[in-house]
Design a protein around this ligand. Sequence first.
Ligand SMILES: Nc1ncnc2c1ncn2[C@@H]1O[C@H](COP(=O)(O)OP(=O)(O)OP(=O)(O)O)[C@@H](O)[C@H]1O
Ligand SMILES: O=c1[nH]c(=O)c2[nH+]cn([C@@H]3O[C@H](COP(=O)(O)O)[C@@H](O)[C@H]3O)c2[nH]1
Ligand SMILES: NC(=O)CC[C@H](N)C(=O)O
Ligand SMILES: [Mg+2]
Length: 518
Amino acid sequence: MSERILIVDFGSQVTQLIARRVREAGVYCEIHPFNRVSVDSIRAFGPKGVILSGGPASVADFGSPRAPDGLFEMGLPILGICYGQQTMCEQLGGKVEPGDHREFGRAMLKVSGEPCALFDGIAVKGDEVQVWMSHGDRVTAIPAGFKVVATSEGAPFAAIANADKRFYGVQFHPEVVHTPIGKQLLSNFVHKIVGCAGDWTMKAFRAQEIAKVREQVGKGRVICGLSGGVDSSVVAALLHEAIGDQLTCVFVDTGFMRSGESEQVVSVFRDRFNIKLVHKDASALFLDKLAGLTDPERKRKIIGATFIDVFEEEARAVGGADFLAQGTLYPDVIESVSFTGGPSVTIKSHHNVGGLPERMNMKLVEPLRELFKDEVRALGRELGLPADMVGRHPFPGPGLAIRIPGQPLTRENLDILRKADAIYLEEIRKAGLYDEIWQAFAVLLPVRTVGVMGDSRSYDYACALRAVTSTDGMTADFYPFDMAFIGRVANRIINEVKGINRVTYDVTSKPPGTIEWE
Ligand SMILES: Nc1ncnc2c1ncn2[C@@H]1O[C@H](COP(=O)(O)OP(=O)(O)OP(=O)(O)O)[C@@H](O)[C@H]1O
Ligand SMILES: O=c1[nH]c(=O)c2[nH+]cn([C@@H]3O[C@H](COP(=O)(O)O)[C@@H](O)[C@H]3O)c2[nH]1
Ligand SMILES: NC(=O)CC[C@H](N)C(=O)O
Ligand SMILES: [Mg+2]
C-alpha cells in the first residue's frame, strides 16, 4: 500500500484542491467527510498524516462539526486549514470567536521569521507574502504548546505550530492558486513534517490497480461500459492487462451520440485492441424512456438506469457476468453524491454514479474512482494508449440528451443539434485549436427567434456554443476565441443546419456555471 494522507472534509468548496496539491507532491490521498471518520476508520485507512479542510460552518455554533474524538491522540501529524485550524484550536483548548474583521480574497501574511518546517524554503520578501483568505471567524487564543508563526490583519494567528506534536494550523488557504506559496507549504507538510517519500506515480498506480482488480474479480466475468471516451478506454486497457479475456466491452449507442461517433468508436477500438467488443444499438429504448421529459436530474437517473438494463442484458448474452466496470472518476463522485450525507451539496447526479439504480445485480469495478481527469490521461499514456485517444475531449454519458435543455427530445431536434455540433468541432479542428480546448460542444436552446433569410422570414431555434479550458473539469473558464472564428462557425451553422437561425457564445466560467447546461 502506498503512503497516504487523509483529508477530513468539513465541506469547503475547495477541498478537492487540497487533494490535487498533495497528489502533485507525489503522495496518495483521499477525502473523507468529517461525519464518516472515526479513530477506527482512520486506523483502517492508515494515513501517515491528516489534513483538516475548511468549511462553511462556524466553530462557535452549537452542533458545528468537529474532528473525531481521539484524532489528536493518535500521534499523527495534522494540518488544519481555515475551519480545520479553528476546530483544532477549539478542540485542544484554544478559543475561536466570530470576528468583526472578515477577510475574503487576497491578504498579506506577516511571517514571524521563527524557524518553522511549514515555511521551509519559502522566500518571503520583506516580511510579507500574499495569501488567500476566506473566513469570518478567527482564533483568539491558541492551545498550550502552540507558537504563532504568522499573522495577518484579520487573523492574529494566521499560522500556528506545535512542532513537538507536529500539529500545524493556517487560517489562509494554501490549496488555491492565489496563495503562491501554498504549493510549497503543502509539499513541506507532506514531505518534511509527515515524512512521505513522494513516490506515488502512475506507474505505481497501474501495478497497484491491476493487483486490486485481479483480487476483486478472481475468475469472474466482467462487462465494461465502453464509450470510446478517455476514461472508459483507459479502464478497458487496464482491465485487459489485468484479466485478459474475462473482459467483454459493451458500447451502447444511446441515440444521443454525436455525428458518426458510433461507427468511429467501434472501428477505432476494433482496429487497435484485441478486446471483445459488443456494439449495442439501444437508441429506440433510450428515446422511448426519455419521451416527454425535460428535467435534467430525471433524465440522468433514467439514462443511468437504462444503461444498467442494457449492460445486464448483455451480461446474460455472454453467459452471465458478476462485475460491471465503468470509467467513473473522482469528480463524478464528488459532484454526484458529495459523499451521501456529507457536508457538501449535490450539483448533478452524473449518470454513472448518482444516476445508478438502487438495486444492481453486478458489482462495480471502478479503478479510476479516485483519479482526476489529468491523472487518468497520464495513466492512459503509461498504458501506451494512442495520443488522440488520451487527448479526446470528454463527452458525457447522457450525451446530447443533456444538451437540449427545456424541450422534450425528438429524433428531429437531436439531428439538428448533431449537425451544428459537428460543424463546430470540425472548425475547431481545422483551426488547430482542439488540443488547447478542454471541451467544446453546441447546445440547442428552447427558444425560437426571428430571422430574415433569402428575403423571407425564418422562425427557428437559437444555438449556443460552449468551449472551456480546465485541468480536471472541477473549475473551468470559457475559451477566448477570436470573434472572426465564432463568426465563421455561426455562419456555417446557420447556412447549413436547417432549423437554426441564430448562434450565441457562452462566456460563463465554472463556478458559477457548470460546463454542461444541464
Ligand atoms: N455510450 C456508452 N456505452 C457504454 N458505456 C458508456 C457509454 N457512455 C458512458 N459509458 C460509461 O459511463 C462512464 C462515464 O462516462 P464518462 O463520459 O464520464 O466517461 P468516458 O466516456 O469514459 O470518458 P470521457 O469523460 O472522456 O467522455 C464511462 O466511463 C463508461 O463506463
Ligand atoms: O458521464 C457523465 N455523466 C453525466 O451525467 C455528466 N454530467 C456532466 N458530465 C461531464 O462532467 C464534466 C463536468 O461537467 P459539469 O461542469 O457540467 O458538471 C464535463 O466534462 C461534463 O461533460 C457528465 N459525464
Ligand atoms: N473557509 C472556512 O473554512 C471558513 C471557516 C468559518 N466558516 C469562518 O468563517 O471563519
Ligand atoms: Mg464520455
